[in-house]
Design a binder for this molecule. Structure first.
Ligand code: SF4
Length: 330
């Protein structure tokens, strides 16, 4: 029986960190054995906010690919491909944009909040339309399952609407994808205030050295009510406790109890989690070093993944053009 197809991916805006690992990478590593998995390196989508420094995207793309392979994405089971090298995605985006209104895009809650956070003075056409491009990414691969966080649900709902509209208007050839909602809570940054993010300086990269991990954990905020070691603490507001739950779940209830009773110091608590994060990242970093030393192997993985995805995209576009009467010669 044919496996269902999953599409996931990342905007190519920088190396991946523990927040990416908890929020998506760990799940992708599991999904690749269960489904046919495609992973998109969204370099065009990265340009919607990073168009002033396109040269950086090139190096980010290599780093993210290394992060994938380091985390356990297997190129023999997962198709890793580059968005800009599939011109059919751009073509399908243009065709979809004929029947998506500007109002629908402007009222998308994720677009509104991302636009505010990006600090751009005005909303660019490409940025406003990126959910349409995402719909093209998904439908061109005929992906049926899309792992998403709650914040991405409005985008997926738009994709589903576009598919229904296309199928009604022309021919029922496109597949309506389903959401696979992640049950992992978003990993808080070391500042305890926001999600983990490279640009906020509160992230621990997957390729961090032992010194860098230790430095980031040492400077992480804790419960401000704990002035002295024996002060009772509130683990629920402490990012270090969130890390214990994510990376050392077997010991997290003991940490919770001891923090509340004031029987563990923050220094010792941080030591324990530093060691657990180091243990988690060590095998990943060994795999990363293996692939980093073999750049032509990584290039081959990207080329063959992109070729495989392009074959699927070309076949979908042939159907789309035929459905829309955009074929003129036999
Ligand atoms: Fe946070 Fe641990 Fe300190 Fe409690 S003991 S406040 S969980 S670092």
């Amino acid at each position: 029986m044919l496996k269902e197809r999953v599409l996931t991916g990342d905007r190519v805006t920088g190396k991946l960190h523990l927040g990416h690992y908890v929020g998506s990478l760990k799940n992708r590593v599991m999904l690749q054995d269960q489904y046919e998995t495609f992973v998109l390196l969204a370099d065009v989508q990265a340009l919607t906010t990073h168009f002033l420094k396109p040269e950086l995207i090139r190096s980010h793309l290599r780093e993210i690919t290394l992060d994938y392979l380091a985390a356990g994405i297997k190129p023999e089971s997962t198709t890793i491909f580059i968005q800009s090298m599939i011109p059919e995605i751009a073509e399908l985006t243009v065709l979809f944009s004929m029947f998506v209104t500007v109002n629908v895009l402007r009222h998308n809650p994720t677009i509104k909040s991302e636009s505010r956070n990006s600090g751009l003075d005005d909303m660019y056409y490409g940025f406003l339309g990126y959910p349409v491009s995402q719909a093209a990414d998904i439908t061109i691969c005929k992906a049926t399952i899309i792992p998403v966080g709650e914040d991405q649900l409005p985008h997926l709902e738009l994709t589903r609407k576009i598919v229904r509209r296309f199928n009604e208007l022309y021919k029922p050839i496109l597949v309506e994808p389903k959401a696979l909602i992640s049950d992992m809570p978003r990993l808080v940054g070391t500042d305890g205030k926001a999600k983990m993010s490279k640009s906020l300086g509160n992230a621990i990269d997957l390729d961090s050295s032992a010194e860098e991990i230790s430095h980031q954990i040492r400077k992480a905020v804790t419960d401000p009510a704990r002035i002295h070691k024996h002060d009772p603490g509130h683990p629920d507001i402490c990012p270090i406790y969130a890390y214990h739950c994510a990376f050392r779940p077997e010991g997290s209830s003991e940490i919770r109890e001891n923090c509340k009773k004031g029987t563990i110091g923050c220094g010792d608590c941080k030591e324990l989690i530093t060691r657990s994060i180091e243990e988690l990242l060590e095998p990943m970093q060994e795999r990363r070093a293996y692939y980093k030393a073999r750049s032509s192997l990584v290039e081959d993985i990207l080329i063959s993944g992109t070729e495989r995805a392009r074959t699927v995209a070309q076949s979908t576009m042939n159907e789309v053009r035929e459905a829309m009467s955009l074929h003129y010669f036999d």
